[in-house]
Write a protein that binds this ligand. Sequence first.
Ligand code: HQG
Length: 194
Amino acid sequence: MNTQNNKSLAPDATSISKTLSYLLRHAPQTIGLQLDPEGWADIGELIAGAARDGHRLDRATIETVCATSDKQRFALSDDRRRIRAVQGHSTSAVQRRYPAAQPPERLYHGTATRFLDSIRAQGLKPGARHHVHLSPDIRTALAVGTRYGVPVILEIDAQRMQRQGHTFFVAENGVWLTDAVPADCLTPIDPPAC
Ligand code: HQG
């Protein structure tokens, strides 16, 4: 794993969140962790596997990171023995079945200007993840786009997509998911003035 620069230091919450995202969304196999198709991992196995890889995790810290995650990325099972990432997976071990949901008329996707030509030609594709990720608000989309460089916000016509037969899902943390966004259902819009 390359999610921490110095494993011997006590990791901060952001670093732990990144480690959990990496293990629970993308690469559980790197520590021999089993995820079930709905994404659940046994917390004891997660702690033991991470420890073998030199990462100090404990139950209380994991629970704190889950509770305080700005995007509520993780969920604990009712009995608090299991944890999962609620969206964002790329690992084939997970095939979450989200219930279909009625989206708002408009959804937003933040990306970088350098991807625009390709997106205009192909629409939005899920890439390595299982879904295209959309947000109900422009501010979140702007933050996502800024991660990649000069941001651009795409406004998604969710009703038009539904008329074309696309289905929407919403994860427990309010992130909207769909299979792909056709080019004729997205429009670049100006970012809001800060
Ligand atoms: C782009 C974060 C060229 C797409 C966020 C994006 C999100 C294309 C990148 C979650 C394309 C994929 C997911 C095309 C899509 N041509 N580029 N045809 N179609 N792209 O990371 O949505 O903080 O897989 O625009 O908040 O950026 O990690 O998806 O730039 O909810 O919890 O290809 O990750 O959450 O990148 O981010 P990603 P995303 P966390």
